[in-house]
Design a protein around this ligand. Sequence first.
Ligand code: SF4
Length: 386
Amino acid sequence: MDPRLIILQPTPYCNLWCTYCYLSHRNDRSLMSAEVLEAVREKILAQLPADTAAGIVWHAGEPTAAPIEWYERAYACLEPDRPRNSNFAMQTNGITIDARWIDLFRRTHTEVSLSIDGPERFHDARRLTRNGKPTWHLALRGLKRLQDAEFEPRVITVLHPDCLSSAPEFFDFYRDNGIQDVSFSVDELEGSNRSSSFGGRDYKSALTDFLVSMLALAYRSGYPLYIREVERIAGILAGAPLVGNEQVEPWAALVIAANGNVSTFSPELMEVRAPEYNNFIFGNILVDDLPSLKCNSSFKMAEKEVARGIVACESCRYFGVCGGGSPVNKYCEKGGLAATETDFCRLTTQASADALLRFLSSHNLSPGSFSPPNYPAPNSLAGERG
Ligand code: SF4
């Protein structure tokens, strides 16, 4: 077991109420206890090879809802056994980031990724406070504070169908706000989000058009906008070493909830009700360790089905850049981990690959010429959406 992504949930609570949120326990204000942190240190971090390069990400719930004092204790506990090539990161909505948070991020070398759904009118249509107020200006304030402190946060944008005809507006937003590293997602049918705004119609070509427009605008203007999904595929096509799909590789992603529950494969699986897999909870770090987690019977069942899903995906023409998709979307959309194509994979991996190829051929470029130095290198922040 050599995880590349370790997601730690400081609290299930979130201070916002986004319309597409998939978190089932976002009212729960509990904090990860000192015992759970100690178990993570002793049973996970201390057991990893010294050269493990994992992203250790505070996520799932809004991490800044946990107090800074809690993080001081958490870093003091975990840091001594952090493998030297691993780094801390946080996926946050950014609305409370101030000088104290920035000081913490700086001292702990924590990379920051912000959830901002593009221009104000799109972001404020869905990312709301608990009493329905807009949050764009608060998120932008967090971004500016980070940038003023010389951080370059990556931004995750969750798209809605009504964004897809407005690529120039999105491009202007990123350029005008100095955002160079962006990751696009779509609101997904999973967890407590019972329907996706992308349901009921096929938006793949509209999403592809959106991405092609973004690439063309960046290329024409010389603005180094790094679109993570597209860049990853360009790297693979240009011959970069293939980094596997951590969502289908057992224990490549390790998720530890605030109460110590442990899961793997897609980080969002823990939010899914699935009694046949014990709701994808494969143990608890307070009583289990890595060897016992691997023997868990629910995990074994899930592992077998995820493997069947990979085999079923092998005939897909996108398999080489996908690796078999996302188990959480297969389960939530298709009812089983062994399924193949989902709306999610069509709108993310497939649309990104199609957009890249169309952009390259219309500009007479090769995948290699698309990569740095034309575009900045990614930071190593991992994570999904928040
Ligand atoms: S793109 Fe979809 S269908 Fe194709 S390999 Fe990936 S998950 Fe499977």
